[in-house]
Write a protein that binds this ligand. Structure first.
Ligand SMILES: *Cc1c(COP(=O)(O)O)cnc(C)c1O
Length: 360
């Protein structure tokens, strides 16, 4: 069996060269005589790895000095609680744009600690678009303003950041961090689980403006206080050492590709290959209006559940796997993260054309 084109939404495809480097260093990392998995997180070798990871991420994203970069655990889900616990410091009110399954989870968690004001929602159409925002609905006294920048399940993405004035903008970027050039200084907090565009599952990246650290609610457990981790450079307790090591390899790979401008260009080309075909196909249809389309997660349907199933089965036999859509949208979803080569998208489109001609 050779490697397939893996369209999984997450955990997801990693760059093959990264996997090869990890394999070559698996038994003995450089001249340490041991695997990274076996290393103390306080060893000199490991400290170099985690420091390199942070340095590379700062360079790639252009993260300003007044931001901390944290490597945490608990996934994006734990951030749904950590963000309110740490940022509810005044009105205990958060503004939020409701765009799908992941904001549903974030709302439920934030409500345990304060008030969530939904400034706009696309729930009326199964979250298939990004709602227009009216700043009159914003709360000037909100402690933060929350969005999910790319909706992994519904296939939508913000292309313009809400203008929240002095209210810190918080973004769940789990499925589109490092996919395009972004101005970090527009945000108070950016967080992302690793298993979409960064590494295997296990580490959560938090990029947070330093003035937002240090005023957590009193009930906040030590481990959920950003200050705990910021003070100790993510080494307060044992971090997910091996995942951070693979993240470092992925960051090196991004630099070799030419950084985010080159990655973004390639991601647009890849997404357009599939969207252009969906726009002309008489069998397959995209589910998201053009202006809100994700570059990373592309849902599409035939309109017939039986045909969808037949397509998914036939595609898998041809080495195009994990194309089943999320149950809330149905049909198919192709996740085409940074590490999906353009050849994978080309192979998918060719296969869809063949399937269309055979099922016309
Ligand atoms: C995958 C995903 C999550 C959930 O991540 P976990 O690591 O499983 O907690 C949350 N938000 C977005 C946007 C995601 O893509």
């Amino acid at each position: 069996m050779s490697r397939v084109f893996n369209f999984s939404a997450g955990p997801a495809v990693l760059p093959e060269s990264v996997l090869r480097t990890a394999a070559s260093e698996l038994l003995e990392y450089r001249d340490s005589g041991m695997s990274v998995m076996e290393m103390s997180h306080r060893s000199r070798d490991y400290e170099a790895i985690i420091q390199d990871a942070e340095r590379l991420l700062r360079e790639i994203m252009g993260i300003p000095e007044q931001y901390s970069v944290l490597f945490l655990q608990g996934g994006a889900h734990l951030q749904f609680a950590m963000v309110p616990l740490n940022l509810f410091r005044g009105s205990k009110k958060a503004d939020l744009v409701h765009t799908g399954a992941w904001t549903t989870r974030a709302i439920a968690e934030a409500k345990k600690y304060g008030t969530v004001n939904i400034v706009a929602s696309s729930e009326d159409a199964n979250f298939s678009y990004i709602p227009k925002l009216d700043t009159k609905a914003f709360s000037p006294d909100a402690d933060y303003f929350y969005i999910c920048s790319n909706n992994t399940i519904e296939g939508t993405r913000f292309t313009v950041w809400p203008d929240t004035g002095p209210v810190p903008l918080v973004a769940d970027m789990s499925s589109n961090i490092l996919s395009e050039v972004m101005d970090v200084s527009r945000f108070g907090v950016i967080f992302a689980g690793s298993q979409k565009n960064v590494a295997p599952a296990g580490v959560t990246i938090v990029i947070i403006r330093k003035d937002l650290i240090g005023a957590a609610m009193e009930i906040t457990p030590t481990m959920l206080d950003y200050a705990t981790h910021a003070k100790e450079n993510s080494l307060y307790n044992t971090p997910p050492t091996y995942t951070i090591y693979v993240a470092k390899l992925v960051f090196e790979w991004i630099m070799e590709q030419g950084g985010l401008p080159a990655i973004e260009k390639r991601n647009i080309e890849k997404a357009n290959l599939l969207y252009d075909y969906l726009d002309e196909s008489t069998l397959f249809k995209g589910t998201v209006p053009r202006e809100d389309r994700s570059l990373m997660n592309i849902p599409f349907v035939t309109g017939s559940a039986a045909l969808d199933d037949a397509f998914i089965t036939a595609a898998a036999k041809n080495g195009l796997v994990q194309l089943k859509g999320h149950r809330s949208v149905g049909g198919m979803r192709a996740s085409i993260y940074n590490a999906m080569p353009v050849e994978g998208v080309q192979a998918l489109v060719e296969f869809m054309k063949r399937f269309e001609s055979e099922n016309a």
